[in-house]
Design a protein around this ligand. Structure first.
Ligand SMILES: [Zn+2]
Length: 228
């Protein structure tokens, strides 16, 4: 491996390192503030239920699910699924993550444009991101430019999806931060903890998108070299 001749590969390695560090850090930050109870005494479930009701989302259910940081909102079933630690615990981490997921439910209700776009892209991206690595690997091994180009087009769809995910995540976090303070789930002094937990989670999405974007640029570089 001659890294000196391939600065893009080196950049991808750095971004990949950043991505690993971000996912390591999100667990650390979550665990740290899982030890800090919120003054309101609310569990993740309590906070999620209150925020849903305050936004008129009485029909959205909340269910516990196994796993760590497996929390998500399911728009097809209209269910907020919270990991056990978030659902039951009375901590800054638990209510922050719970309210972030409710943020997605609110986005769904108000047809937040980036979320609508993300849902429309999903079926295409699901197919494209599955087939792209195969096309790229076979195209590069066989030096078949058209196959590489097709792989790049499919891979671009996956990268676009990750980029659209960023404003969706930031927006859900902003809704959570704002409503948690407004409704008194956290005191103004507890805001810093909320910010740390939710910003650490947001960074994992940024790092993952950066890795994909750099990989895409590298494949474009390989395609251009083969066509020279
Ligand atoms: Zn989210």
């Amino acid at each position: 491996m001659y890294l000196g001749n391939d600065p893009m590969f080196l950049l991808i390695l750095i971004a990949f390192g950043l991505s690993m560090w971000a996912s390591f850090r999100v667990r650390g930050t979550f665990n740290r503030y899982a030890e800090v109870p919120a003054q309101s005494g609310m569990t993740g479930y309590d906070a999620a239920r209150r925020m849903l009701d305050n936004n008129g989302l009485y029909d959205v259910q909340i269910e516990p699910i196994p796993g760590v940081l497996s929390d998500h909102y399911d728009p097809t079933k209209k269910v907020v699924r919270l990991s056990e630690a978030v659902y039951h615990e009375r901590s800054i981490s638990a209510i922050s993550v719970a309210c972030h997921e409710v943020g997605h439910a609110v986005q769904h209700k108000v047809h937040y444009p980036m979320l609508v776009l993300r849902h429309r892209m999903f079926p295409i991206v699901n197919f494209a991101s599955g087939i792209a690595p195969f096309l790229l690997i076979v195209g590069i091994i066989l030096s078949f430019s058209n196959l590489i180009l097709l792989g790049i087009i499919f891979f671009s769809a996956a990268v676009a999806f990750q980029l659209v995910t960023l404003p969706v995540e930031f927006n859900a976090t902003n809704r959570a931060k704002q409503q948690m303070v407004t409704y008194g789930f956290v005191s103004p002094q507890e805001r810093q903890g909320v910010n740390k937990v939710l910003n650490a989670a947001a960074l994992t999405y940024v790092a993952a998108a950066l890795v994909s974007l750099l990989q895409l640029l590298r494949f474009v570089g390989i395609f251009n070299q083969r066509n020279d």
